[in-house]
Design a protein around this ligand. Structure first.
Ligand code: XMP
Length: 320
């Protein structure tokens, strides 16, 4: 793609101009955007870049290992893997059920961890993020409407004053489909480039209500089964984003001769071009039935599955 290869060269020139001889740390989230940003920046400034992957305990099944493997083994990009599950979960336990409190707590802890890692590296001048154009607009206004905050998204512009590092955001002008083209241009594996978006706050915003490790473990299992069924049905690439949500509601069920009283799991799948608007995905009923049966049979703690048929707007893609 000629325009992307020109963009790549142009951005790398800008990155070099911005950072000079400075040290950059890049937060990896496990998603496409931060991975593309990291590879782009690494090509521009080499070992002035260190990647930091904060495992907040809110990742999906096996996700942390996959990210670490991709960066260390495939790219040989220096990567610090911070195990911060206990820190995040203990602070989140203080937030109760408030979605904005969860997001803000997670944003604050990310900054604390990045600051601490930068200090260990002898100081860093810049923090790189994979912020996209829709992140920039959605955190300011919504669909061209009045300037209201729907969610304190993406940490955009929300960095506390006390953070001394300056931001490097080479993808700020791009939409998701363009980031994927750029990722291919940079030689990222197709399986990684085609990954569904995953939000920075991770499973915390897919677990309405209070967050506990137990609920996160239940959610991870249901989500893995759901994605497995999507892949088997050949639907992964047709869908923009799909995930399970664990609801803070218990309902009565029956398993064999026993009464159960367990959580409800909601399944979400949408098609979209840029995440700004989205339509729910019209699965056939056989797919939904099969998936629900597997989740209920294989995941202890879930006894009912529902499918979310809300489009965006009026719904958002995530539940929080
Ligand atoms: P919503 O739920 O606002 O999501 O329709 C639109 C897209 O953005 C992702 N998303 C986030 N990404 N931090 C992120 O990095 C966040 O706080 C956040 N909230 C939503 C969401 O997964 C979807 O792709």
């Amino acid at each position: 793609d000629w325009s992307m290869s020109a963009y790549r060269a142009e951005m790398q020139k800008k990155i070099r101009e911005q950072v000079g001889n400075g040290r950059v740390i890049c937060g990896l989230s496990g998603g496409v955007d931060s991975a593309v940003a990291a590879v782009l920046i690494h090509e521009a400034i080499g070992d002035q870049l260190t990647c930091v992957f904060v495992d907040h305990g809110l990742m999906r099944m096996n996700e942390a290992e996959e990210v670490v493997r991709l960066f260390r083994d495939h790219y040989n990009i220096p990567l610090v893997h911070v195990e911060a599950e206990e820190l995040f979960l203990s602070e989140l336990a203080k937030c109760g059920a408030d979605p904005e409190a969860k997001r803000k707590t997670i944003g604050r802890l990310f900054i604390d961890v990045f600051d601490a890692e930068a200090a260990k590296l002898g100081g860093a001048d810049f923090l790189a993020q994979g912020t996209l154009y829709p992140d920039v607009i959605e955190s300011v206004s919504f669909s061209g409407g009045p300037s209201v905050t729907i969610k304190s998204h993406h940490n955009v512009g929300g960095l506390p004053e006390r953070m001394k590092m300056k931001l490097v955001e080479p993808l700020r002008e791009l939409f998701k489909d363009e980031v994927r083209v750029l990722g291919r241009e940079l030689g990222l594996p197709e399986a990684f480039v085609g990954r569904h978006p995953f939000p920075g706050p991770g499973l915390a915003i897919r677990c309405p209500g209070e967050i506990t490790k137990e609920k996160l473990d239940i959610l991870r299992k249901a989500d893995a089964i759901y994605l497995d069924e999507i892949r088997k049905a050949g639907l992964y690439d047709v869908i923009w984003q799909a995930f399970a949500v664990l609801l803070p509601v218990r309902t009565v069920g029956v398993m064999g001769d026993y009464r159960t009283y367990d959580h409800v799991c909601a399944l979400r799948a949408v098609t979209s071009v840029d995440g700004m608007t989205a339509d729910f995905y019209p699965y056939d009923m056989a797919f939904l039935g099969r998936t629900a049966t597997r989740i209920i049979n294989e995941v202890k703690g879930i006894n009912r599955v529902v499918y979310d048929i809300t489009s965006k707007p009026p719904g958002t893609i995530e539940w929080e």
